[in-house]
Design a protein around this ligand. Structure first.
Ligand code: PHE
Length: 370
């Protein structure tokens, strides 16, 4: 020790271990951020009761990104430069996470998104790795393929219309993969239409979609718009299945769509509550919050536990050491499945589930392995 003073100094390492949360706590996808917040608090409070990490208590400091990419950049900047966090969890959506990546990279602070599934969150278009960025979820190229195979092989239909949130990276990436795989499987895209997050009236576009006579309508969006799209689609007489991805997962979806309108709809998701690895978490979450955890919560819990484990392995809150420990994550037993981080891509390989909505409730149709 250079310093003659044995007590703590006013540095990053003083007192508690500070971890940041760049989360969608308000705005268009507020249930997403709230679920992750609840689950991360559950993980950290549990750990603190067990004595914390490296003998210190974890302090979770959140910043609301208001479901907005620009706000996400500001939120992570504040967490890193003002709060001096040693790592960041978040953001939830792919666009909001991409807006945080340069800040984590410039400041050399590890970022784990629980939920951002877009391919380019970790690996850029030119193939370069965002070396400070990790995730606990599968990717849209997989999720899109699962959705397309489900349409072709389970619903056994070939003609799909696709309705895309044109400003959202997640929606665009998932739509591209789905459309490619439908065509590769001998199907056709009868119509491709766009909306913008925040839109409320989809009737004119849904009328064109209906006229294209699809066997199925694929909507790779978030619950707020999806709920209204399904409701208005049914009102216009679209009776064929609506299919989507993880962005549908919210307790708000049945409220917005109407339970009956959601019959004959399906979406790809990350976990099923009754699976043996998931169930103990579901019970603990229900005991604390008196509500069912969704996939966001389960993935948030896994991201928090991955980080705790990495800090323990690092034996330090040094950012470079945490980063190395995260990169070497192997066979981590998460509540959403076993997570091994590929050092070249920082992506885990995990299975998906297909959810069938029945009278406003999620039911498990099947598990799909990569
Ligand atoms: N995968 C979505 C995205 O990348 C976020 C999400 C994950 C939403 C899980 C719901 C459930 O934007």
């Amino acid at each position: 020790l250079v310093s003659g003073c044995g007590s703590t100094t006013a540095s990053k390492d003083s007192g508690n271990i500070k971890i940041g949360g760049d989360l969608e706590l308000s705005g268009n996808v507020a249930t997403f951020g709230q679920s992750v917040l609840n689950a991360v608090n559950l993980a950290f409070e549990d750990q603190n009761k067990k004595g914390g990490v490296l003998g210190k208590q974890i302090q979770f400091i959140t910043a609301d990104n208001k479901s907005d990419a620009g706000e996400s950049t500001s939120a992570i900047t504040k967490l890193i430069t003002q709060d001096n966090v040693v790592a960041v969890l978040g953001a939830v959506t792919s666009s909001n996470t991409k807006a945080a990546v340069p800040v984590a990279t410039d400041n050399k602070i590890p970022l784990i998104t629980p939920t951002a599934t877009n391919a380019e969150v970790t690996v850029n278009k030119d193939g370069s790795l965002n070396s400070w960025v990790f995730r606990s979820c599968f990717l849209d190229p997989f999720q899109g393929k699962v959705a397309a195979n489900f349409v072709l092989n389970t619903l056994k239909v070939k003609n799909a219309a696709v309705f895309i949130d044109q400003k959202d990276d997640y929606s665009k990436g998932l739509a591209a993969e789905f459309s490619k795989d439908i065509k590769a499987g001998g199907g056709t895209i009868t119509d491709t239409e766009n909306y913008v997050g925040g839109d409320k009236d989809f009737k004119a576009t849904l009328t064109r979609i209906k006229a294209s006579n699809p066997d199925v309508v694929f909507v790779p969006g978030y619950y707020n718009e999806v709920g209204l799209i399904v409701k208005q689609g049914r009102e216009l007489g679209i009776t064929v299945p609506f299919v989507g991805g993880d962005g549908w997962d919210s307790a708000k979806l049945p409220e917005l769509a109407g339970a009956a309108n959601l019959n004959n709809t399906y979406f790809v998701n990350h976990m099923w509550a009754d699976d043996p690895a998931t169930k103990p978490f579901v019970e603990a979450y229900k005991a604390k919050y008196n509500t069912e955890p969704d996939a966001l919560a389960a993935l948030g819990y896994d991201a928090a536990e991955m980080l705790i484990s990495a800090i323990k392995t690092a034996g330090s809150t040094n950012a470079e050491k945490i980063r190395t420990a995260l990169e070497n994550t192997k066979d981590f037993k998460g509540v959403t499945g076993v997570i091994s981080v590929d050092p070249k891509t920082h992506n885990p390989v995990k299975s998906a589930v297909i959810i069938k909505m029945v009278d406003g409730k999620k039911t498990l149709l099947t598990h799909v392995n990569p």
